[in-house]
Design a protein around this ligand. Structure first.
Ligand code: SF4
Length: 233
């Protein structure tokens, strides 16, 4: 997997900003959409579930304009005001409730810093206990908004790994541990690997009919080599 990480560094890093990923200092929140505030990273990680990032951008602009881009103000706000701001995202009613629940937990902990800067396992359990926050969202919040060393084991990452030739385990936790065991133990590598994998699926490695001729990692892909050897277009 370190070979794939090298290819991502060489060929995908420069493509990331076109897809709203911004490689920078390992500890910066800006990786995630160029956002400068970790709370906005956490909020948009919830909003982006099954939703296009363009729609999320509109929602967080509305949240900012209404001063609802922090958990303290979300906690103080009524549910309908949040719903109005995030109508551009799918399942906005459910997501409004999730934001309120997370805001309750954050305020109860004494604020964002106190909430996120605890033992990672403790924060993760609390995030997963919240209604509708799944493993990938929780781990994306931990990594990109909290700088905890945990990998969000997205099915999109799994797709790329499987196609380039890895025999990947089934189940979220097994996949996460499998990837983490093979990556260098640093935030920069985790963030770069995640962002680059997602961008690779956007550029070329779609669920059906992958566009291998446009793919930046085709030189190390088993499926591409097989297709070429078999004259499959
Ligand atoms: S070469 Fe094709 S199958 Fe392989 S990772 Fe790229 S798009 Fe996916």
């Amino acid at each position: 997997m370190s070979h794939l990480l090298d290819v991502y560094r060489d060929k995908v890093t420069r493509l990331l900003p076109s897809f709203d990923w911004y490689p920078c200092d390992a500890y910066s929140p800006k990786w995630w959409g160029g956002l400068e505030d970790p709370e906005e990273v956490a909020i948009t990680a919830i909003l982006v579930q099954q939703t296009r990032w363009e729609n999320v951008k509109e929602a967080y602009k509305n949240l900012r304009a209404a001063y609802l881009n922090s958990f303290v103000t979300i906690k103080q706000s009524d549910l309908n005001s949040i719903k109005r701001c995030i109508k551009s995202v799918g399942m906005y009613a459910e997501k409004s409730k999730k934001l309120k629940e997370l805001a309750d937990a954050v305020v109860k902990a004494g604020g964002w810093e106190s909430f996120i800067n605890r033992d990672m396992k403790e924060v993760r359990v609390e995030l997963l206990r919240l209604n509708g926050i799944g493993y990938e969202t929780a781990d994306a919040i931990l990594l990109f908004a909290g700088n905890h060393l945990i990998f969000p084991a997205s099915r999109l990452v799994a797709r790329v790994l499987e196609r380039i030739g890895f025999d990947i385990p089934k189940g979220y936790e097994a996949l996460r541990k499998f990837i983490e065991a093979k990556l260098p133990k640093d935030l920069f590598s985790y963030k770069l690997f995640y962002a680059s994998s997602l961008v690779t699926t956007k550029i070329a490695c779609r669920s059906s009919n992958p566009d291998c001729l446009r793919c930046p990692i085709s030189n190390i892909c088993y499926m591409f080599a097989y297709k070429q050897a078999s004259n499959i277009p």
